[in-house]
Design a protein around this ligand. Structure first.
Ligand SMILES: [Zn+2]
Length: 509
């Protein structure tokens, strides 16, 4: 499970309290079934300190993928990347750029505008970028597409960070990106909305990895406070941010030059890592009928605390050794049972914690065309509740899969959790990426049938060294999730029970 937004520090007090609560909530020990024992063995191995928190591009990755590939091979799966020479392992190249240097200066006429040190934050998506003496063009909120290219070219766009009254920030999307696409040399954002300069700096300094080959470009963005903007514009007719806002709100607003030129320079340091998605296949009788996807992310954070803390490894037992254990044991049962009609692809994705990056790489470079995948089931963070609890669907009401999922759950004499509270987690897990590519993808698990339990996990243990193999994991609930995935995959791999999608991939709400 990917974190939602801002970084939270693990307070030691909260950690201890969490440990106590979990100890109190631990299920009474009883004899484990064969399936439960197998799940426990996977979790204890994958979440052991030896695996070092399964960080992409490290020894932890090598150990993790070697372990899983060995298991999957022994189960009788085939290599599934469909890339000649790659076999089981689809390479995913990630690149991170950290800001190193940033400089900004402005001139009005011939005169240099003096601004306080560090009052303008300049960042480049490239390694080193320079924009020299370019005129500033005020573009208002830039909330709607359609910036005229001719006006943008050779200029630096200045936009307000706030949104026009009543506008939907979701719809506005990447405003700076659009201005750059329209030919702006750089984009200056006046932070007149909720974000302050410190927020932007903190966020950009941990900008994180992206899949290599995604638009990285060589673009410059600058950020400044309204106070700095007014100093920069002092002596021009537009020197008040209130004036800029009023202009931007006017019905016939058109971009205008501010009478100030800017020079920006910024550089960044690049780190590249090569990591992998592991892809196996259980061949069906009729691959032409399409495929079903079963997936779980293998990566976690590696070291996530520093000495003098005693435990510095984030082992990621629930998140997501549990999911790997579930897909592995589900794959074993699926491969052993009667042959299915459709192919089943089993995928362990990388870089989920870095921003669903392995899933993005999978979607960009899939082993089969994405429109052949009739259904995808992601498994992330199971084993939170005992057996027999109601089943939650992350993505409920958002795909055409619901009716057959409901049918499968009923036949298993299980119950669906009421409501769609689990959808709160939709954007924080890999199936979201597939949904963006129109692949019907959900996460079905009893962990998400109990919102109180999953929220408690998020509060106590999630993304902390305390997420380790131990008494807090309920292997009976995890075993339930295995049988659930097996029944779901079998149902959706059967073209009579679930005909290939043809008309309208997405259910209209
Ligand atoms: Zn996570």
């Amino acid at each position: 499970m990917k974190r939602a937004g801002g970084w939270r520090n693990a307070g030691v007090g909260a950690l201890l309290l969490g440990a106590l609560l979990l100890a109190a909530a631990a299920p009474a020990s009883k004899k484990l079934s064969t399936l439960e024992l197998a799940l426990k063995a996977h979790v204890e191995t994958l979440a052991s300190d030896e695996f070092q928190g399964r960080e992409p591009g490290t020894e932890g990755e090598t150990l993790t993928l070697r372990y899983l590939a060995r298991q999957w091979f022994d189960i009788g799966m085939e290599a599934g990347t469909n890339i000649p020479g790659s076999g089981w392992f689809a390479p995913v190249d990630l690149v991170e750029r950290e800001p190193v240097m940033s400089r900004a200066s402005f001139t009005r006429g011939r005169k240099r505008v003096v601004l306080p040190d560090q009052s303008v934050f300049v960042v480049t998506s490239g390694l080193r970028t320079l924009v020299q003496d370019a005129p500033l063009l005020f573009v208002g909120h830039a909330a709607s597409p359609g910036m005229p290219r001719a006006e943008m070219a050779g200029r630096v766009a200045v936009m307000l960070d706030s949104m026009p009254v009543g506008a939907d920030p979701q719809k506005a999307g990447d405003r700076a990106g659009r201005l750059l696409d329209a030919g702006a040399l750089a984009v200056v954002t006046v932070l007149d909305g909720e974000r302050g300069l410190e927020d932007v700096i903190a966020r950009r300094n941990r900008a994180g990895y992206a899949v290599s080959g995604e638009r990285i470009g060589n673009e410059i963005e600058a950020f400044l406070s309204p106070v700095t903007a007014e100093l920069m514009l002092a002596g021009t007719p537009h020197a008040k941010v209130a004036r800029l806002r009023a202009d931007a709100a006017a019905p016939l607003f058109a971009p205008y030059l501010l009478g100030v030129n800017a020079t920006f320079e910024a550089s960044s340091r690049e780190t590249r890592i090569r990591t992998h998605n592991l892809i196996g296949r259980i061949p069906g009788r009729n691959p032409a009928a399409g495929a079903v996807l079963l997936m779980a992310h293998w990566d976690h954070f590696g070291q996530c605390a520093e000495a003098p803390a005693e435990d510095i490894i984030c082992n990621g037992a629930i998140d997501n050794a549990s999911g790997l254990a579930v897909v592995t044991e589900a794959a074993r049962l699926l491969a052993k049972g009667r042959p299915m009609e459709r192919d089943v692809y089993v995928v362990a994705t990388t870089g989920e914690e870095l921003g669903l990056l392995g899933a993005m790489a999978f979607a960009e470079n899939p082993p089969i065309p994405l429109d052949r995948i009739v259904a995808a089931f992601n498994v992330d963070s199971t084993g939170l509740v005992p057996a027999g609890r109601p089943v939650g669907i992350v993505g409920k009401g958002m795909t055409p899969l619901d009716p057959l999922i409901g049918d499968v759950v009923r036949r298993m004499k299980r119950k669906l959790a009421p409501g769609d509270g689990a959808n709160a987690y939709i954007k924080r897990q890999d199936s979201w990426v597939l949904m963006q590519h129109d692949v019907p993808a959900v996460m079905v698990s009893s962990s998400y049938g109990d919102m109180e339990r999953i929220e408690r996990f998020m509060e106590d243990t999630y993304h902390r060294p305390g997420d380790q193999a131990g008494a807090a994991i309920d292997y009976s609930g995890m075993a339930d999730d295995v049988t659930l995935q097996v029944e779901l995959v079998r149902a959706f791999a059967d073209a009579r029970r679930y005909p290939a999608r043809d008309s309208g991939r997405r259910q209209t709400p």
